[in-house]
Write a protein that binds this ligand. Structure first.
Ligand SMILES: [Zn+2]
Ligand SMILES: [Zn+2]
Length: 327
């Protein structure tokens, strides 16, 4: 049985009764415009593997970034994902079971699909993409998965927390951001030490930050999988983008002990980053504009790389706040 969806983005082939009454579903995602560029992999393989690893209920998972191939087992089903855009689900109980599984896998991988800029959507959503900072990303608005109609409206990234309050699964989203808040609290503790160039106990603090991030990502993934409407579920990509930005700050802080830096320049960078995160929480659009200017000002002078990374993460958060997202 062949099916073409409205925009011919995807071919489904469902093979019933192939293996002793089980159902196989094959989905081949098109590489045509506007998704990705010719000759490029369909999935960013690094994002593909980390997205699949966040699905907590798989019985087993193997994912190779090098080969761009993943095999997961779940309730007797075998799920194959290929970086070229093919997803095969074998040994599903029936058509519904096969399709439900495809939706879960598809939504989870949504952020690892390249945008027309060639970068995975999560990176565009994080604000780390010049080309996409003022526009809706195509593969976000018109995902090449399942039968999702194009989105009809949009919000700014900074409006995400308010928008999600009207969604049934809002608790998962709020919990994900609460855990990010805990992550940021640890970053602030590290920050206090940084201004005194005190690098003691850094590893223990980083470990506790990592725990909060893991819990945040678990809730964010729950939101992506369990939210009824697909475009609402895609708000989870904004969360993942924020998680990337905050993770970058921690990574950069970790590197500070190996470099020589001026406390003053560090302070400007970290204030910029924390101000930006807090501006996001209250959707302060004016502040986002101010932060973009502060970053440009900061970049007029030379700074060590990790210090720049911290400031840049704040700049990215500000750009995410003003970037339009489809809903
Ligand atoms: Zn982009
Ligand atoms: Zn984009």
């Amino acid at each position: 049985m062949n099916e073409d969806t409205g925009r011919s983005k995807i071919t489904f082939q469902i093979h019933p009764c192939t293996e002793d009454g089980f159902v196989t579903i094959e989905a081949k995602l098109y590489l045509g415009s506007p998704f990705g560029r010719p000759g490029e992999d369909f999935f960013d393989t690094k994002q593909m593997c980390s997205a699949l690893r966040r699905i907590w209920f798989f019985d087993s998972l193997r994912c190779s970034e090098e080969m761009g191939y993943a095999l997961a087992q779940w309730e007797g089903k075998r799920i194959h994902v290929f970086k070229g855009g093919k997803i095969i689900i074998r040994r599903a109980k029936d058509n519904e079971d096969a399709r439900k599984t495809l939706v879960i896998v598809g939504r989870t991988l949504w952020g690892s699909i390249p945008c027309s800029c060639g970068r995975p959507l999560v990176q565009c959503a994080s604000g780390d993409c010049d080309e996409c900072s003022d526009k809706v990303c195509e593969s976000h608005a018109f995902p090449p998965f399942v039968e999702i109609p194009g989105s009809s409206s949009q919000i700014k990234g900074g409006e995400a927390l308010e928008f999600v309050k009207g969604i049934a699964t809002k608790d998962h989203y709020q919990n994900a951001f609460n855990k990010l808040g805990e992550f940021v609290s640890v970053l602030k503790e590290i920050d206090k030490k940084m201004v005194n160039k005190d690098f003691s106990d850094l590893d223990a603090l980083i470990e506790s930050a990592e725990e909060s991030m893991e819990e945040a990502c678990a809730s964010g993934t729950r939101f992506i999988i369990e939210t009824p409407k697909d475009h609402h579920a895609a708000m989870g990509i904004i969360f993942l983008g924020m998680a990337e930005d905050l993770w970058t700050i921690m990574d950069a802080m970790h590197l500070m002990k190996n470099i020589s830096f001026e406390v003053e320049e560090y302070k400007i960078a970290s204030e910029l980053a924390f101000d930006s995160y807090e501006a996001f929480l209250r959707n302060d659009q004016a502040k986002a504009g101010e932060i973009k200017n502060r970053f440009k000002e900061f970049m007029r002078e030379k700074h060590p790389n990790p210090v720049i990374e911290i400031a840049r993460a704040g700049y990215h958060i500000a750009r995410m706040m003003t970037k339009p997202f489809p809903v």
